[in-house]
Design a protein around this ligand. Sequence first.
Ligand SMILES: Nc1ncnc2c1ncn2[C@@H]1O[C@H](COP(=O)(O)OP(=O)(O)OP(=O)(O)O)[C@@H](O)[C@H]1O
Ligand SMILES: [Mg+2]
Length: 345
Amino acid sequence: MDSHFRGDDVGFRDAAWDLVRRERSLKHNILADELERILAAASPQDSKAKSFLRTLSPSNGNLPKDKDKNANLIELSDPAREMGDLVLAPDLRVRLDRVIAERRGADLLHSHGMQPISKLLYCGPPGCGKTVAAEAMAKELYLPLATVRFDAVVSSYLGETAANLRKVFEFARLRPVLLLFDEFDAIGKHRTAFDEHGELKRVVNSFLQLLDGFHSETLTIAATNHQGLLDTALWRRFDDILFFPKPTTEQIESLLCRLFSQITLSKSIRIRAVADSLEGLSHADVERIAQDAIKQSLLNDRREVRPDELDAAIARQMERVRVTNLHQESEVEIKPAARRARKTR
Ligand SMILES: Nc1ncnc2c1ncn2[C@@H]1O[C@H](COP(=O)(O)OP(=O)(O)OP(=O)(O)O)[C@@H](O)[C@H]1O
Ligand SMILES: [Mg+2]
């Protein structure tokens, strides 16, 4: 109030967000939602997540730390990407929308003695949107994104990794965040794999216990591209398991249209034929090709992508995929037509 009459707008907003948090901690969710709606409408750029981050960042001492290295165990960020930015398989989008609807209707579900989805496993090949969809989910739900830093969590000291995991869950229990265990296989690999000293087994067991006993407003997402390596005991701990597949030709086409929306394409380039030739690649591969071609045309001082620039970008990315596959023994199937993008037009 004081800050309002002093004309201190920032102070007033901070105090208002504090009030939202206090009301929420008292489980006065309807009032908290209403206040939040008013605040968000008054300053759309000042998202709840941003405000929440502001209260945490001045004292990063709030973040859980590893005892040995004193490193932060999680990284907090204000999510930027939105669901609408993503090109997703229709059934996957339906399932993601369902999660969003359940989370938004949490109060209603609670009042009927039901819990909204709170633990998700995202799996699927690299570069098909697991991380970015977790970020977009945080944005949709106005939650700060708390990404677990495995480099800090996994400790060489016996027992310390499990203690770190406990700290991470405790942090996420005390305030609602989107808790992301990205590239989760770092701790979730099959219990017998590489487990000479039994430490991995202990870590996975404590993760399972923590996940099982974890009930809070936080939405937990674990993401992996090695789902085959995960212990089956892990699977049933999740409320839903979402698979992020490689894009279909139609999805590649729509991705290319978005990626090239800011620049002119030469009239001789047929996006549909290009999309056909890129079947088998991931969203990230397609994005890299488009960016590579755009950069080349900008460096050539033009605002139009020529067919030879696009072909060169495709060839570079195909080579990169080939080399990566050699190392990863991945099963990416590249159609021979991919190398003939130009001729198929
Ligand atoms: N469905 C999608 N729609 C639009 N862009 C996408 C999509 N998926 C991925 N991308 C682009 O590719 C980049 C890499 O995607 P992301 O990091 O989410 O992949 P991932 O599935 O998490 O891969 P990894 O298994 O290697 O972690 C993103 O930053 C985004 O720009
Ligand atoms: Mg990822």
